[in-house]
Design a protein around this ligand. Structure first.
Ligand code: NAG
Length: 135
């Protein structure tokens, strides 16, 4: 009885840790509209990353230079941080973060080819296979 309680407590703790080491943040903005020269309404989303202002059509997705993944639909714009912009990451002391563009990898300090959380060997994919920010 005590043993199985301990085991399920451990299991729950591990599950909670797995879910909580990244706390993503998202932001939303409303859909904007413009009148075309023909007088039709044109819908778009707009995002300003501090360097560029870009417009997106409903139904499209875009990655920004500040490491957000944005999507535009008829409900408006939603952008969520990913990689090094994913939010607060609580790392065990034996781990460290390696940033690679927008992407973060969490590895063991003692062996940077091991994943911090799973202990599996990790391979950092070549840059061209990672999402490229919009420039
Ligand atoms: C790091 O881990 C990899 C994968 O398990 C292993 O092949 C390698 O020998 C380890 N390197 C060191 C320095 O322990």
């Amino acid at each position: 009885m005590i043993k199985s309680l301990t085991a399920s407590f451990l299991y729950m703790t591990i599950l909670m840790m797995a879910n909580q080491h990244v706390e993503a943040f998202c932001l939303r903005d409303e859909l904007k509209t413009d009148l075309t020269t023909a007088g039709d309404q044109k819908y778009y989303c707009e995002y300003n990353d501090g360097v560029h202002v870009f417009r997106m059509s409903p139904g499209t997705q875009q990655i920004t230079a500040d490491c957000l993944r944005c999507s535009c639909d008829m409900d408006g714009l939603q952008c969520c941080g990913f990689g090094r912009n994913a939010g607060v990451v609580i790392l065990p002391t034996e781990c460290k973060e390696i940033s690679f563009g927008c992407h973060s990898f969490y590895v063991k300090r003692l062996n940077e080819s091991l994943d911090c959380f799973t202990n599996d060997p990790i391979t950092i994919p070549p840059r061209h296979l990672l999402d490229q920010p919009l420039v």
